[in-house]
Design a protein around this ligand. Sequence first.
Ligand SMILES: Cc1cn([C@H]2C[C@H](O)[C@@H](COP(=O)(O)OP(=O)(O)O[C@H]3O[C@@H](C)C(=O)[C@@H](O)[C@H]3O)O2)c(=O)[nH]c1=O
Length: 185
Amino acid sequence: MSIKVEPLKIADVLLVTPQRFRDDRGFFSQTYSAAQFKAAGIDADFVQDNHSLSRQAGTVRGLHFQAPPYAQAKLVRVLRGAIVDVAVDIRKTSPTYGKWVKAELSAENGVQIFVPRGFLHGFATLQPDTEIAYKVDNPYSREADGAVLWNDSALAIDWGIDAASAILSEKDASAPAFGSFSSPF
Ligand SMILES: Cc1cn([C@H]2C[C@H](O)[C@@H](COP(=O)(O)OP(=O)(O)O[C@H]3O[C@@H](C)C(=O)[C@@H](O)[C@H]3O)O2)c(=O)[nH]c1=O
């Protein structure tokens, strides 16, 4: 059993692809192994697993963060359908502050993304009935939960969907602009 780990352009954000053992029945895959992630230098003690379903293609969830002491690293994968997953660097001392990376994750490709603490995170669904599962290394806190506007022109994220028909929660649709956001990291 092995995992392939590839840094994205912001090198702390990683694509992790676990091996799939295929046979006539389908496949088997270890989607998370503490020992292997540790050996690969991925440093997170996950404490909560999340699962969400987005009914319509073009649903956007994000851009989200939890402020310290509830900051969360996330390990995201797709169970059904496909997403474009985006991470924005909001570490104030980082040379890539305000820059983003993205990756396509699908049930088919089995690719996972590791998003460290200190990033905004969001995704857009590319297929109907897309389900994702993700691990986080700090519990949910309603008070620490925050958002930045997903399609802010200052961030200029290429989501690869039709922005005019994107489906958002009320909270995400009215999230503050990046320019008026003060990063807690
Ligand atoms: C994220 C979360 C939400 N909730 C509740 C709060 C609310 O009533 C309901 C829906 O919450 P939200 O609208 O924030 O769900 P959602 O928009 O799916 O939020 C998620 O988006 C992605 C992009 C992330 O990165 C996650 O960390 C999380 O922020 O679920 C929990 O109880 N625990 C949790 O961990």
